[in-house]
Ligand binder design. Structure first.
Ligand code: FMN
Length: 212
């Protein structure tokens, strides 16, 4: 069994980003009965940006800022694959997602293997057809790639990540972007397949090393 967590970085519930992510998670689950998925939303969560207090480095511990960060990190730790979806804000990822990723610094200094062996897919949803979706997909790849995650791009004809145009009309607008939705769904499938194949390969690898 593998578990895929979808993280929706929109500060709004039930908007375009959450719709696209839900559909991509359904596509991932349809790949095999061995795939389970779970949606996590940043809307309504308090997640402050890193203030470089360096408590994590000094204490060799997780971030000391008391907010909702920990519950999301715990979901990440349990996941085999993570599908991150963000609205495009000013041609960049939602600032809420950047704040979240700034708080992952303890991974670099204290827990370098925390996300090792986990796979990441990125989806960007913008109000304009070419409003920065590609930039946001690349931004999400950077934000999580630097923490040791393996990036799943998409099928060869789909290029990088999922890129959807909502026309600023929420879920309905996103659903109307047939080309964008097809790319988001194929990313969901590809993420599930890659994660599943890795999990089988990992078992063989551990057996060969006598660790299972
Ligand atoms: C502050 C702000 C900045 C935005 N900047 C962009 C942008 O640069 N490019 C774009 O295509 N859409 C931009 N949008 C539109 C949103 O990306 C779009 O409406 C998206 O579907 C919102 O997702 P949601 O429905 O999940 O909240 C912006 C929206 C806001 C609120």
């Amino acid at each position: 069994m593998i578990h895929i967590v979808g993280l929706c970085a929109s500060p709004r519930r039930d908007g375009a980003t959450e719709y696209v992510l839900r559909e991509a998670l359904k596509a991932a689950e349809a790949v095999s009965g061995e795939v389970t998925t779970q949606l996590a939303v940043m809307a309504g969560k308090k997640i402050a940006p890193c203030v470089d207090c360096r408590a994590c480095i000094k204490n060799h511990s997780w971030c000391v800022i008391p907010d909702d960060m920990r519950e999301l990190i715990e979901l990440f730790v349990k996941a085999d694959g993570i599908l991150v979806a963000s609205p495009v804000y000013c041609m960049g990822p939602a600032p809420q997602l950047s704040a979240f990723c700034s708080r992952l610094r303890a991974i670099r200094d204290c827990f370098p293997d925390l996300l090792k062996g986990k796979f990441l897919g990125a989806i960007a949803v913008g109000g304009t057809r070419n409003g920065g979706q590609e930039t946001v997909v690349a931004g999400i790849h950077n934000l999580f790639g630097i923490r040791g995650m393996n990036i799943v791009t998409n099928e060869a004809r789909e290029y990088m990540g999922g890129r959807v145009w909502s026309d600023d009309r929420g879920a309905e607008g996103a659903a109307g972007d047939a080309v964008g939705m097809a790319g988001a769904l194929s990313l969901g499938r590809r993420l599930a397949e890659t994660t599943l194949i890795y999990s089988y390969g990992r078992q063989v690898w551990l057996e060969k090393q006598g660790r299972m």
